[in-house]
Write a protein that binds this ligand. Structure first.
Ligand code: 2DT
Length: 212
């Protein structure tokens, strides 16, 4: 951990539809890296603990109504308010595993019909992930897993639109992971990929910024 002066932590993002297994896999991944002696933290967006996060949370649980553009900017602000801590951690050698990030921000808002470029704009300048793990699953299969809850967006027709917007965002640092397989198989695949990424960052791969 933190062996050379330019050694930094990796920024790893898990993305995918609701119920694709992001939360389970991101916490297992964190435990795995911790077990190997790495400095690592698991974060999730939206971060519902901040005041912006509380506005988002009440919107998601249908307790409040907000204009689509407004809520998009709140989600983005919720990332910006964590930006400096995120960069400090990474530069200090801590790897961050993020359960959702800007890709969810753009994919969900575009699925509502907002313009792609408009949605991407407020994310410009945020730290870019070194690796995006996209857990791929059909909305039907996701819904079978304990069923969707009562939060906004948890509907099959909407999730199908989200898939289409994710496809537009796919980049070279993405890895598509078949999330229909048993949990342990996925876990193993993620471990290998992430370890590789962590090593590259330790060896000085530079941190870039969205949208690169
Ligand atoms: P969780 O169920 O994972 O807490 O997600 N969302 C998320 C957006 O619309 N924009 C964003 O920027 C982010 C991070 C995805 C809550 C829901 O919020 C959506 C599902």
């Amino acid at each position: 951990r933190g062996s050379s002066s330019n050694s930094r932590g990796a920024l790893v993002v898990l993305e995918g539809l609701d119920r694709c297994g992001k939360t389970t896999q991101s916490s297992r991944l964190t435990q795995y890296l911790e077990g190997l002696g790495h400095s690592v933290e698991l974060w999730r967006f939206p971060d519902r603990t901040t005041s912006v996060g509380q506005m988002i949370s009440s919107y998601l649980s249908n307790e409040s109504q907000l204009d689509d553009h407004t809520v998009h900017l709140l989600f983005s602000a919720n990332r910006w308010e964590k930006r400096s801590l995120m960069e400090t951690k990474l530069k200090g050698g801590t790897t961050l595993i993020l359960d959702r990030y800007s890709y969810s921000g753009v994919a969900f808002s575009c699925a509502k019909g907002l313009d792609l470029e408009w949605c991407k704009a407020p994310e410009v300048g945020l730290p870019a992930p070194d690796l995006v793990l996209y857990l791929e699953i059909s909305p039907e299969m996701a819904a079978e897993r304990g069923g969707y809850g009562s939060e906004r967006y948890e509907r099959i027709d909407f999730q199908n639109k989200v898939i289409k917007s994710y496809q537009v965002l796919l980049g070279s640092n993405w890895q598509i992971v078949d999330a229909c397989r048993p949990m342990e198989v996925i876990e193993k695949e993620l471990q290998e990929t992430v370890l590789d990424c962590v090593k590259k960052c330790q060896n000085g791969a530079p941190l870039s910024h969205l949208w690169s």
